[in-house]
Design a protein around this ligand. Structure first.
Ligand code: NAP
Length: 293
């Protein structure tokens, strides 16, 4: 059986894809720029590869039929990597976003969206068999957003506290990805995936407080305050090329557009798996340590 190549194997979703494939006994090759740092299970083949240097990615594709793709590298590097994949690989599962879902939260213009749309169009034209995963907000954003404030005290200041989202556990996104990688019948599918419930940001922070056994004070921040204050509060571990201000602007415009509306909740996960996706509370209970830093 040829190995499945996971690009983005050390990230929130890719690491789960690697773990779940490995648990199923599927041969998996995990690509990373820093193979000495990545620590998946012993059965996983870890290979070095940098998407901005196609010659380092080519060996990772040897003998590979199927690829899981997370793209956070500079967009200019994508065409050369796609060309390599289109020559060697049959099937690709791409981690995208709900670009076509007609909810204002998902329809605000931003640079990330443009890149994802271009990547999708190129994959569709490549001749590869493709599946697009379209998850909404990741539950694991919480520690990046609120971790620093939680470690400093009990006051959490945040914008758009009454705007709801339906955060999804990255492991649930990965579970659908693993099916699309391993089973037939997912070609051309676009799976919009969310958590099971619409929760305001205030409710999400309260849940985190309750899971941590802390009485948090939650205070609304205006968008202008957010623009100034969140730059130093958010901890994304982002690539140096990524502008934190642009990410904050993207979030503010999505939350602003969704004010007064329930979050979009998809039933796709349950339709595919026959089980319910994890709630935000369940995710927070499993990941309480991530908030403590
Ligand atoms: N956060 C959300 O709420 C949300 C919602 C919907 C969609 N999304 C989409 O999800 C994607 C991010 O997924 P994620 O959070 O799982 O990723 P992540 O945790 O940010 O990890 C990024 C992965 O990409 C790899 N990578 C980055 N640059 C690379 C390069 N030049 N060469 C090789 N590998 C590289 C990193 O590997 P190494 O560092 O080990 O090399 C890492 O494994 C984005 O496309 C985002 O738009 C996010």
């Amino acid at each position: 059986m040829s190995p499945i190549l996971v690009i983005g194997s050390t990230g929130h979703v890719g690491s789960q894809v690697v773990a779940q494939l490995s648990d199923k006994g599927v041969p998996v090759r995990a690509m990373t720029r820093k193979p000495g740092v990545a620590r998946p299970s012993a059965q996983v083949e870890v290979v070095q590869g940098d998407l901005t240097s196609p010659e380092t990615v080519e060996p990772a594709l040897n003998g590979v039929d199927t690829v899981f793709l997370v793209w956070t590298a500079p967009p200019a590097a994508f065409p050369a990597i796609l060309e390599l994949m289109a020559r060697r690989v049959r099937r690709i599962v791409y981690l995208s976003a709900p670009l076509k879902t007609p909810h204002p939260f998902f329809q605000q213009p931003n640079a990330t969206r443009v890149v994802a749309e271009q990547i999708e169009r190129s994959i569709e034209a490549s001749g590869l068999e493709w599946t697009f995963l379209r998850p909404g907000m990741f539950a694991c954003n919480g520690p990046h957003w609120w971790g620093q404030q939680l470690r400093a005290g009990d006051l959490i200041r945040w914008p758009y506290l009454d705007v709801p989202t339906a955060p999804i556990d990255p492991a649930d996104i990965a579970a659908i990805g693993v099916r699309a990688l391993c089973e037939n019948g997912h070609a051309g599918a676009e799976y919009v995936l969310t958590g099971p419930e619409s929760l305001t940001q205030r409710e999400q922070i309260s849940i985190v407080g309750s899971v941590l056994g802390r009485a948090l004070r939650i205070e609304e921040m205006t968008p202008d305050e957010a623009r100034k204050e969140l730059v130093s509060v958010m901890d994304w571990g982002m690539a140096p090329s990524t502008s934190v201000s642009a990410v904050i602007e993207k979030l503010l415009s999505a939350w602003g557009a969704a004010a007064g509306l329930p979050a979009f909740v998809s039933t796709r996960f349950s339709e595919i798996t026959g089980t319910r996706p994890r709630t935000f509370r369940q995710w927070a209970e499993l990941h309480a340590r991530d908030f403590r830093g």
